[in-house]
Design a protein around this ligand. Structure first.
Ligand code: NAI
Ligand code: MG
Length: 487
C-alpha cells in the first residue's frame, strides 16, 4: 500500500498536517493507499509556490511556444504511461478498464489541443477614433485553484490544468479525496515534461478544509470547480471575499428525448449508454428518459431486457461493462434513491444492491430503470449520479420540451428523431449548454462544455476553456504630438 505525499514546488513533500485519508478500491472496499489530508498551512505553501512561480520564476518568461511544447510533452508522457495510469484509475474509481483507457486517450488529446492553442492566443487592435493605437492584450490571470471531482479523476483535472498551463497561469489542484491516485502519479512526470517547480502543485485533502482554504486564499486569482451544486454555492460565497473569477460545472438532470419516429434500436442503445456509462456517474448523464407514447411500452421493455445483460464486476476485468460506484457514501446515496424510486414509480429493471460472489464486497448497485415516472418525482428532479434511469412518457413535441426544460439544471439534453425540422425546433428550445441530436454523450475537447441555469458558470474546453484563465488589458498608445488639448 502506497502512502502519498503532496506535490509542491516541483517535488513530493510531507504535509504539515498529520491527518491522513484512506483511499479505497470501491470494487473490494479495501484501503489501497493513503494521502495527506492537507490543512491550511499546506495549502498556503502550495499557493506560495504557485504565486512565486507566476511572479518570479522562469514560467513568466516562457513563450507561448514553450508552453505548447510542455503540453505536447505531457500528452506524450500520458500516452507512454497510459496502461499504468488507466489501471490506477480503475482501481481507485471502479470504472471499467476499457473506459479508463478511453479517459487516458482523452487526457492526452486534451493536453495536445491546448498545446496547439498556446500559440494561437492573441489580442486585438481596436479602431478607436484618435490618432492612436489601441490594443487589447490577453494575459494569464495568475494562480488558479482547481477543485476536481471523482468521476473522471485525471480527465477532469486535465480539463482544468491544460488550459491554465496554455494561458500561462500556475496551478494548485486538489483531486477529490476519494480518487487522488492518478493525478499524484502523473505529477512524477511534471518536471520531465518541462514544467518548472511551482507551476502545477497537487494538494490532497477534504473539501471543507483543503478545498475551502484554496477558495478563500487571497493569493489565488481564480477557482475552477466541478462537483455538486451545494458545493458550487459554497464556493461562490467563499470566492466572494476576495472577488475571484470562478467557473463552476455542477452536473444536471439531463433529458434524453425519444420521438416515435427515431431509429428504434439506436435509440434504445442511446438511452442505455446515456445513463449507464461510467456507472451513471456522469455530469451529463441522460437520467431523464422521455419517450413518446406510441413506442413507450416497447421502449421500456427493450431497455430493461438489455439492462439486465450489463455485466457488473471488478473494473480490471475486461469483460466488465459496469463497475462499482465510487464510494460507500455514493453507494448509500444511490441505494436511497433506488428506494425512493420504488415508492414513486414502477421498476422495469434493477432497484437493488448488486450481489453474488465478488460483488458482495464492493459498492455495486444494479443498473436500474424506473418508468411511469412523473417529472415532479424526486427521482426526476434530483441528481442521483449513479446507474438509475427515470423514464417519463409524453404525448407530443410541445409537452416533451416543456418537461425537458422543467428543471433547475441545464447542462445537457439530447433529442432523437428522423425529422430534421423537429430536431432543429428542439435544439432552439432546449435550455441546456450542450444539445445532442441522435447521440448522447459524445464530448470533444474542441467544443465548449458547461451549463445553463443552475448547472454552472462559465465554459470548459475549446477556446472558451482558456478564456477562463485569462484577463484582458486595454492599452492606448498616443501617436499625436499634443494629446492633452485641455488648457
Ligand atoms: P462534492 O461537490 O462534495 O465534491 C467535489 C469536489 O469538491 C471534491 O474535490 C471535494 O473535496 C470538493 N469540495 C467539497 N466541499 C468543498 C468545499 N466546501 N469547498 C471546496 N471544495 C469542496 O461532491 P460529492 O460530495 O463527492 O458528491 C455529491 C454529489 O455531487 C454527487 O452525488 C453528484 O450528484 C454531484 N457531483 C457532480 C459531479 C459533476 O461532475 N458535476 C462530480 C461529483 C459529484
Ligand atoms: Mg460533498
Amino acid at each position: 500500500m502506497k502512502t502519498y505525499q503532496l506535490y509542491v514546488n516541483g517535488e513530493y513533500v510531507n504535509a504539515k498536517s498529520s491527518a491522513q485519508i484512506d483511499v479505497v478500491d470501491p470494487a473490494t472496499a479495501e484501503v489501497i493507499a493513503r494521502t495527506p489530508d492537507a490543512n491550511k498551512e499546506d495549502v498556503d505553501a502550495a499557493v506560495q509556490a504557485a504565486r512565486a512561480a507566476f511572479d518570479d520564476g522562469p514560467w513568466k518568461d516562457a513563450t507561448a511556444q514553450d508552453r505548447g511544447r510542455v503540453l505536447f510533452k505531457l500528452a506524450q508522457i500520458v500516452r507512454d504511461r497510459a496502461d499504468e495510469l488507466a489501471e490506477i484509475e480503475t482501481r481507485n474509481s471502479g470504472k471499467p478498464i476499457v473506459e479508463a483507457e478511453g479517459d487516458m486517450e482523452d487526457v492526452a488529446t486534451c493536453f495536445e489541443y491546448y498545446g496547439g492553442l498556446a500559440t494561437k492566443i492573441h489580442g486585438d487592435v481596436l479602431p478607436v477614433p484618435d490618432n492612436a493605437i489601441s490594443l487589447a492584450l490577453r494575459e494569464p490571470i495568475g494562480v488558479a485553484g482547481q477543485i476536481v471531482p471523482w468521476n473522471y479523476p485525471l480527465l477532469m483535472a486535465t480539463w482544468k490544468m491544460a488550459p491554465a498551463i496554455c494561458a500561462g497561469c500556475t496551478v494548485v489542484v486538489k483531486p477529490a479525496e476519494q480518487t487522488p491516485m492518478s493525478l499524484l502519479e502523473l505529477a512524477s512526470s511534471f518536471s520531465d515534461a518541462g514544467l518548472p517547480p511551482g507551476v502545477v502543485n497537487v494538494v490532497t485533502g477534504n473539501g471543507e478544509t483543503a478545498g475551502a482554504a484554496i477558495v478563500e486564499h487571497p493569493n489565488v486569482d481564480k477557482i475552477a470547480f466541478t462537483g455538486s451544486p451545494e458545493v458550487g454555492r459554497i464556493i461562490m460565497r467563499g470566492a466572494a471575499g476576495t472577488l475571484k473569477k470562478i467557473s463552476l460545472e455542477l452536473g444536471g438532470k439531463s433529458p434524453n428525448i425519444f420521438f416515435a419516429d427515431s431509429d428504434f434500436e439506436a435509440a434504445v442503445d442511446g438511452a442505455l449508454f446515456g445513463i449507464f456509462i461510467n456507472q451513471g456517474e456522469v455530469c451529463s448523464a441522460g437520467s431523464r428518459i422521455l419517450v413518446q407514447r406510441p413506442i413507450y411500452r416497447k421502449f421500456v421493455d427493450a431497455m430493461a431486457e438489455k439492462a439486465k445483460t450489463i455485466k457488473l464486476g471488478n473494473g480490471l476485468d475486461r469483460a466488465t461493462k459496469m463497475g462499482p460506484v465510487v464510494s460507500r457514501e455514493q453507494f448509500d446515496r444511490v441505494r436511497m434513491y433506488q428506494d425512493i424510486g420504488k415508492k414513486e414509480a414502477k421498476v422495469a429493471a434493477g432497484g437493488n444492491r448488486a450481489t453474488g460472489g465478488a460483488l458482495d464486497k464492493g459498492y455495486f448497485v444494479e443498473p436500474t430503470i424506473f418508468y411511469d415516472v412523473d417529472n415532479s418525482d424526486r427521482i426526476a428532479r434530483e441528481e442521483i449520479f449513479g446507474p438509475v434511469a427515470s423514464v417519463i412518457p409524453f404525448d407530443d413535441e410541445e409537452q416533451a420540451l416543456k418537461i425537458a426544460n422543467d428543471t433547475y439544471y441545464g447542462l445537457a439534453a439530447a433529442v432523437w428523431t428522423r425529422d430534421i425540422f423537429k430536431a432543429m425546433r428542439a435544439v432552439k428550445k432546449l435550455k441546456a449548454g450542450i444539445v445532442w441530436v441522435n447521440a448522447m454523450q459524445p464530448t470533444y475537447v474542441e467544443a465548449p462544455w458547461g451549463g445553463y441555469k443552475q448547472s454552472g458558470v462559465g465554459r470548459e474546453l475549446g477556446t472558451w476553456g482558456v478564456e477562463e484563465y485569462m484577463q484582458v488589458k486595454q492599452v492606448f498608445i498616443n501617436l499625436s504630438e499634443n494629446p492633452v488639448n485641455w488648457f
